[in-house]
Design a protein. Sequence first.
Length: 62
Amino acid sequence: MEGFNNLELTVEPLSEDPSVIYVPSEEKWKLEMSEWAKDRRAEILAHIKDGTKHLDWTWEEY
């Protein structure tokens, strides 16, 4: 979340690690995300990954 801006990613929690986080491909990102996030995919994902690096998550594009 950034100010009043936010976005949602789908997380498939598994009974055992790792959980799976589904991230739109670059093309889908530009189609699906709000205007403020369209050109900031790498920056946003880096921020999320940095904040969750202690978790055992798998990142998958769709």
